[in-house]
Design a protein around this ligand. Structure first.
Ligand SMILES: [Zn+2]
Length: 327
């Protein structure tokens, strides 16, 4: 099986497979759509596949197929009894971890999407991750490391898969959607950089995402010419908090690209959906870009505190597209 754009994961796993000794606990981080769940399953396949070759799981043996379809008895996905994992959810995993594997020599626990879990829930995992039963492996995933306690991090191999790679993303789309016109694939890659998950959502017909990308582009363009009025108009009128936050995240990516351009880094590392506006923004002083980025992340935090979205949008527009403080 091929893993696109995730050398940070596939290379160390291949090396461990070669040596026959795997780390028992993994923390995989990456932004939404980066492919954390795929990466977690890939890791489980590396551990359970009966025919690993060239440092990759085969993808077709009985073990691989059952992992891919989510029915492998030794690849267990933790379940959330509430919105996030509770202490009891984790205790269930720990109890299960001390029983023997069903079919294989190893068993793997996928504890994905750990955001929002309590310190107590994590603490329940500390003992077992420090001294895990021989056949047992844990794979945790989360958006970033702030989700995890330092003690859990210190016991795990941390792998960040955020790094977007536009070439790998195009290759994935060519392989997965061989019949789609090239323009469509390019449009998706342009909209979401190298984020394979987002590109797939777009190609699978998520028009809402397309609308969001369009709004981000209009806002970024307004920021580039200090058109506060247009920025406010585009940013306001979104009713859904998560959608609004998602849009702020996409704007952050554009501002980040502008900073990358300013530093003269490699073009391959762009992640935003509007390279044109990023190029214009890169003419701004670095301090202005930092201030824009801070305003975006601050507003995203406000969204979590039940603020009024339209007021937040108006305030944000002033901060990121206003002329004040910017000459
Ligand atoms: Zn296999």
């Amino acid at each position: 099986m091929k893993l696109y754009s995730k050398q940070t994961l596939s290379v160390p796993l291949a090396a461990m497979s070669e040596s026959g000794r795997f780390v028992h606990s993994y923390i995989i981080t990456g932004e939404k759509g980066a492919g954390k769940k795929t990466a977690a399953k890939y890791t489980a396949m590396m551990l359970l596949c009966s025919d690993v070759h060239d440092g990759r799981p085969c993808g077709v043996c009985r073990e691989c197929r059952r992992i891919l379809s989510g029915v492998h008895p030794d690849c267990i996905s933790a379940e959330k009894s509430k919105k996030s994992y509770s202490v009891d959810d984790m205790r269930d995993i720990v109890t299960d971890a001390y029983t023997s594997p069903n079919d294989c020599d190893r068993k793997v626990y996928l504890i994905t999407d750990c955001g929002g879990w309590s310190d107590a829930a994590q603490a329940a995992m500390l003992k077992v991750t420090e001294d895990p039963p021989d056949p047992v492996y844990f794979i945790f995933t989360g958006d970033d490391l702030s989700v995890f306690l330092p003690t859990l991090i210190s016991r795990s191999m941390v792998i960040d898969i955020t790094t977007a790679d536009r070439d790998a993303c195009m290759e994935y789309m060519h392989d997965t959607y061989p019949d789609r016109p090239e323009e469509e694939l390019i449009r998706a890659a342009d909209a979401f950089g190298g984020n394979i998950g987002r590109c797939t959502e777009l190609l699978e017909g998520d028009e809402k995402l397309l609308d969001l990308a369009e709004r981000v582009r209009r806002t970024a363009a307004a920021c580039a010419v200090c058109d506060e009025y247009t920025a406010a108009a585009v940013l306001s009128g979104i009713r859904d908090r998560d959608v609004f936050r998602q849009m702020l995240g996409m704007l952050c990516a554009v501002v980040r690209d502008a900073a990358v351009m300013k530093s003269g880094a490699q073009p391959g590392s762009y992640i935003g959906c509007d390279r044109g506006s990023a190029a214009k923004l890169s003419a701004f002083p670095a301090s202005r870009l930092i201030q824009m980025y801070d305003s975006l992340t601050y507003t995203a935090q406000l969204c979590g505190l039940n603020c009024n979205l339209d007021s937040a949008a108006a305030m944000l527009a002033g901060r990121i597209a206003g002329r004040k403080g910017h000459i």
